[in-house]
Design a protein around this ligand. Structure first.
Ligand code: CP
Length: 292
């Protein structure tokens, strides 16, 4: 039974196939989504806030003809002290697949012990957000037509963020993509050695050599970081008007709204692409690919 807890639960073949299915679903349009999930109930278990992931999984399930069982309350799970393992044990017989956002990070044997149905990580387990990384990759392919030989800048003040970890892992499947980290000169970061690391102040100059920049929400670990990012980003798009801007949202001060008018600001498209990716992932996990 396929679970998607981490990007590494997917092979390169799976990733390419999911991107291909998502593209087909997008071409058909949401109104013509195949009724793959007829008779299926998709369970949503969100122990942390979410707008995009929660709503796009919900819309993906409904567009594919499924129904949704959402045990999420207004502020997360109703019984804060209850373990997510107990929630899952209580509801897995009610649905065919579970979408979970929670820091609970089970090993495969633990998942097998607790749950009889596929679990999809909706962005917290194992410090990852695999469906966000798929939407990021899909958006890059959509903007550039291919994933070959892209140079991508990654602006981070916290390299352990879930979308950074998942993006790093998914890009590792595409060796011709180069990742250039832009970090705070003041921050003490333990970064993977194989990547090129630059101070944020180098971004405007190096922007000419980049296809895209992935900006991560500021965690405010360094005072004024977000405002520095915003200033350097404005200079970067002046120096390279073709520069694609990606951001998982929600935004903070690091992504000023004046950049929304930049021709290649792709972050809302990234959020919209979550629908196609999450439809593809639901079909993959429930083994309904052949009918897509
Ligand atoms: N990018 C993302 O995960 O957004 P949400 O927190 O709104 O789901």
């Amino acid at each position: 039974m396929p679970h998607l807890l981490k990007v590494d639960d997917l092979g390169k073949t799976d990733i390419d196939r999911l991107l291909g299915i998502a593209a087909k679903l997008e071409t058909r349009g949401a109104d013509a989504s195949p009724p793959l999930l007829n008779g299926c109930i998709v369970g949503l278990v969100f122990g942390a806030p979410s707008i995009r992931t929660h709503s796009s999984f919900q819309a993906a399930a409904m567009r594919l003809g499924g129904r949704v069982l959402d045990v999420t309350g207004a502020h997360g799970l109703p019984y804060i002290a209850e373990s997510v393992a107990d929630v899952i044990r209580s509801i897995d017989s009610l649905c065919q697949i579970l979408i979970v956002r929670h820091p609970w990070s089970p090993s495969p044997p633990e998942v097998a012990d607790i749950c009889r149905i596929p679990i999809i990580n909706a962005g917290q387990m194992h410090g990852e957000h695999p469906t966000q990384a798929l939407a990021d990759l899909y958006t890059l392919r959509q903007v550039f037509g291919s994933l070959d030989h892209l140079a991508i800048g990654l602006i981070v003040d916290d390299p352990s963020r879930r979308e950074v970890t998942s993006l790093r892992h998914i890009l590792a499947a595409y060796p011709s993509i180069t990742l250039h980290w832009f970090i705070s000169e003041e921050a003490d970061m333990n970064l993977p050695q194989q990547h090129q690391i630059q101070p944020l102040s180098a971004l405007p100059t190096l922007a000419k050599n980049l296809a895209a920049v992935y900006i991560t929400p500021s965690t405010n670990s360094v005072a004024s970081w977000a405002h520095q990012v915003a200033s350097y980003l404005r200079l970067a798009v002046q120096n390279n008007p073709e520069l694609c801007l990606l951001h998982p949202l929600p935004r903070g001060a690091e992504l000023p709204t004046d950049l929304d008018h930049h021709l290649r600001s792709a972050y809302f498209r990234e959020a919209q692409n979550g629908l196609w990716i999450r439809q593809a992932v639901l079909g993959w996990a429930l083994d309904r690919w052949e009918t897509i």
